[in-house]
Design a protein around this ligand. Structure first.
Ligand code: FSO
Ligand code: SF4
Length: 549
């Protein structure tokens, strides 16, 4: 097995025996086989598009299947077998359509013709494919590094595109790019420079994809507004919804109206409370329970109701809470109940509701405590004049964007410590699940503004980028010239896509931790350091001094 797509990767140089995330070598092999099948499908879809044939089924399927291979999404071998069979079926259907339209007999490549033998071991075939991919690319370590960067980046793009299309937002250019990138991963004749450019193109297309997702969220649920979110629980039956998917959360809220069940968010769904059309329409969307994904085994075990996981990050579940945990969409784990979607992708949540009613729920009300969320681009840029005046008068010295993923490693305490040490005359913007290390700290206010503002999920990185661009525009300068420092934590492939977007935008001086990606070769790291001044985090004191210096 070889996988080094996430920050948790074993010994910092790839999981080879078993995934540090819990992914088995068998699942890793069928994921690699699926990616290969998706590359064949991509080649056929590109030809279909050339001929004007609609590829919507392939587009949506490719995004979901790529999403399923991301870290902590799907650990279930059977689901990947099904994805592989579907990839082949969709490809063959497209080929037949192409043959009907095209006047000549198509000369399909080996990749487009590839079809695994579903009657023999898919695991062995996946292992062969992985070895072939590594041996073809592995001779040039820097090209291999950039190929992995592109592959992992488009997984992130695909996950954002998946969410955006759920909310009716799509752009042909995104699918076209993903197909081309998948095909390019098989190319032997691209130069190092070509790969650098392709990685930056991933960043560019990711910006567009995040824009689509932002439009999907804000057009469907309104612009987030600063909103207090109870952290205390209240007496009664309960359902906890984790992951990132607002559409699935809304569907569950719809189906739990008048059941007496209270719905809590977990992890990356905290910012859901900031969306007016969710909060106002569904008063039983009450509060937030728990913290970041890596604490779920403890938090899910204690939750006295049913739990739904809409996306990553799923950890291998402990036996004590398996019977109350449900998955949907691309998420899967053998032994957990899966909620299949209808033609619109919406599940029937009846089994979740029944389970929640069987379970005891919370026995009493806890004393109130709360956090704020909802400081997305509209809210922050709405007070841009206030922010800029405070910067101008020296009341606000500096802004920090301290955001990204959380994880289990102790060196992530850096992020808590740096937030605690940020001087009183500085603002902290945050986003994604890394904030749970400090989200409930009372950092006070400056110039009538809270010193800690939660922009949203990792899926809202677009919003944070717009805030930076908006402030730069108002000051007639560039993001690099703003009194702003980006201190990011990464864990999985969405974070890679976002990092590539920031590089595509030419944003410099980003500090990245807790470690730099294992798949960046020394030369790729050198290039990023020289061209973008991208650097690893050091210590909170040293980094703060450098940012404020
Ligand atoms: Fe966290 Fe997980 Fe949102 Fe990631 S829940 S780590 S970047 O998958 O998705 O921030
Ligand atoms: Fe290892 Fe991360 Fe891959 Fe899991 S996703 S196998 S932890 S590199």
């Amino acid at each position: 097995m070889f996988c080094e797509q996430c920050e948790q990767t074993a010994s910092g140089n790839g999981c080879h025996q078993w995934g540090a995330c819990g992914k088995s070598p068998q699942v890793n092999a069928v994921q690699d086989l699926l990616i290969h099948c998706l590359q064949g499908l991509a080649q056929v879809a590109l030809r279909a598009r050339e001929l004007g044939i609609k590829t919507q089924v392939a587009d949506l399927f490719t995004c979901e299947a790529l999403f399923a291979t991301m870290t902590n999404v799907n650990f279930q071998q059977q689901r990947f077998t099904e994805y592989i069979k579907r990839a082949i079926a969709i490809k063959e259907k497209l080929k037949a359509q192409i043959q009907q339209v095209s006047n000549t007999l198509e000369n399909w490549s080996e990749l487009a013709c590839f079809e695994p033998d579903c009657n023999s071991s898919l695991v062995e075939q996946g292992q062969d494919i992985s070895l072939k991919f590594i041996s073809q690319s592995g001779t040039d370590i820097d090209i291999f590094s950039l190929k992995l960067t592109v592959l992992y980046g488009i997984k992130g793009v695909a996950s954002y595109a998946f969410h955006a299309q759920e909310l009716g937002q799509a752009d042909e250019a995104v699918y076209q790019f993903c197909y081309q990138a998948l095909v390019n991963l098989q190319c032997q004749d691209l130069s190092l420079n070509d790969w650098v450019n392709l990685a930056l193109e991933v960043g560019k297309i990711n910006l567009r994809t995040m824009e689509l997702l932002d439009a999907g969220h804000t057009k469907t649920y309104g612009h987030p507004i600063p909103t207090p979110v109870p952290l205390n629980t209240k007496k009664g039956k309960a359902i906890l919804v984790s992951g990132h998917d607002l559409k699935q959360l809304k569907a569950l809220l719809e189906q739990t109206v008048n059941t007496g069940i209270t719905v809590y968010t977990h992890g990356e769904l905290l910012p859901a409370h900031g969306y007016p059309l969710l909060k106002q329409t569904y008063p039983h969307l009450y509060g937030h329970y728990g913290t970041a994904w890596q604490n779920q085994t403890r938090e899910f075990a204690k939750f006295p109701g049913a739990i739904v996981l809409t996306t990553n990050c799923l950890m291998p579940p402990h036996e004590e809470y398996q019977d109350k945990l449900f998955t949907l969409g691309p998420v899967g784990y053998a032994g957990l109940s899966y909620l299949p979607g209808n033609s619109e992708g919406t599940p029937d949540f009846t089994p979740v509701i029944q389970r929640a009613l069987e379970l005891p729920g919370f026995r009493e009300d806890e004393p109130p405590r709360q956090v704020m969320t909802g400081f997305a681009r509209n809210a922050v840029l709405g007070v841009a004049d206030q922010v800029l005046a405070a910067i101008g008068s020296g009341k606000i010295r500096h802004l920090f964007l301290i955001g990204g993923c959380d994880g289990a490693k102790p060196d992530r305490n850096y992020y808590t410590e740096i937030v605690e040490k940020v001087p009183q005359d500085c603002l902290v913007l945050t986003l994604a699940c890394g904030k749970f290390r400090f989200f409930n700290k009372n950092l006070g206010e400056i110039a009538g503004l809270p010193r800690l503002m939660d922009v949203g999920q990792c899926n809202d990185a677009y919003s944070a980028i717009q805030i930076a661009l908006g402030l730069a525009k108002a000051l007639n300068t560039t993001v690099n010239e703003l009194p702003l420092s980006l201190i990011l934590s990464w864990y999985e492939q969405k974070a890679i896509a976002v990092l590539l977007t920031l590089l595509y935008l030419g944003i410099k001086d980003i500090r990245l931790g807790p470690t730099v990606p294992a798949f960046f070769s020394p030369n790729v790291l050198k290039l990023l350091a020289e061209n973008y001044n991208l650097k690893p985090i050091t210590t909170p004191d040293q980094d703060l001094a450098a940012c404020l210096g």
